[in-house]
Design a protein around this ligand. Structure first.
Ligand code: GLU
Length: 297
């Protein structure tokens, strides 16, 4: 079985960078006769743009990227996140933390675990809601500890991350009460039975901590593949926050053709004149993982 997914945050309409993630995950799934699910990651209302979720879905349809099953919305999944967090609390792995961003900056950006003695115990609902909840990666007694996660990325090759020195104890619930993106992603990817995560390389650095969560929750790890990132003329990542231009439906064929080129798939010049549907069919029939470019180091 193969179950893949595309998981956009609705912070703006689909732009060329997110089209690459959508197309790459779609083609990898369909070339392996898999399912392709869409999940709207609307857990952060402050970053959300009204109407963006609907626009993203419409844009996918206009580019002939049809998803299987119903769209899952993270805003309707709080109960699931809560129950997983409770499991981790019950395993004695969570502590409350009231450190600020400023505190964190003085630690060089890697949390040093200074609140570890404030163990979170009992019912999640009764804990002080103004504090963040962090996952304890190891016992302070064993510093300098190592929590090394290794995985073989489908496009970027072998990866090794040491969570202790590269990340520090991750926040799972924020001081503003919102669930952390990594918790929500891992809970949803396991609930949905995702076997392959194909997404942009901006998420490569958080992958170690997500795989670690899969392990802690006794869930099978998915395979991961991180696609290269599209950059703008100034060399910055195309993103909704940087107001990357939305892609437009009347140029669907061109958009898809350019995305195929970006993914190293080498479509013929003629193919740009074909319909979206034909371009997608060509993409499925010719998809080659080994042709996807590696990130420059
Ligand atoms: N929602 C995340 C984003 O739009 C992607 C999450 C993922 O693919 O794991 O950046």
């Amino acid at each position: 079985v193969y179950i893949g997914r595309f998981a956009p945050s609705p912070s703006g309409p689909l732009h060329f960078g997110s089209l690459i993630a959508a197309l790459g995950s779609y083609l990898d799934a369909k070339a392996h006769k898999g399912k392709w699910l869409v999940r709207i990651e609307d857990i952060d209302p402050q970053r959300e743009q009204k109407g963006a979720a609907a626009l993203i879905l419409q844009s996918l349809e206009e580019h002939h990227l049809w998803w299987d099953d119903d769209v899952l919305y993270q805003s309707r999944r709080y109960a699931a996140y809560e129950s997983v967090l409770q499991t981790l609390i019950d395993k004695n792995l969570i502590y409350s933390c009231n450190c600020t961003r400023k505190n964190l900056a003085t630690m060089g950006g890697i949390y040093d675990g200074r609140c570890r003695n404030q163990k979170a115990q009992g019912d999640l609902a009764t804990l002080d809601k103004t504090q963040a909840l962090r996952l304890r990666l190891h016992d302070s007694a064993s510093i300098p500890a190592k929590k090394v996660v290794q995985f073989d990325d489908l496009f970027q090759g072998s990866q090794t991350q040491d969570l202790c020195t590269q990340m520090g104890d991750p926040i799972l619930k924020r001081r503003d009460g919102l669930y952390a993106y990594s918790l929500a992603v891992v809970v949803d990817d396991s609930t949905q039975g995702i076997t392959h995560i194909i997404r942009g390389s901006d998420l490569l650095e958080v992958t170690g901590s997500q795989l670690y969560l899969f392990d802690l929750l006794d869930q099978q790890r998915p395979r991961l593949g991180h696609l290269p990132l599209a950059l703008d003329a100034r060399g910055q990542k195309l993103s909704k926050q940087n107001h990357a231009k939305p892609i437009i439906a009347t140029q669907a064929s061109e958009n898809l053709w350019h995305a195929l080129v970006f993914l190293g798939q080498n479509p013929s010049d003629d193919l740009v004149k074909a319909s979206s549907r034909e371009i997608i069919d060509w993409g499925i029939a010719h998809w080659q993982r080994t042709a996807v470019p590696r990130n420059k180091k």
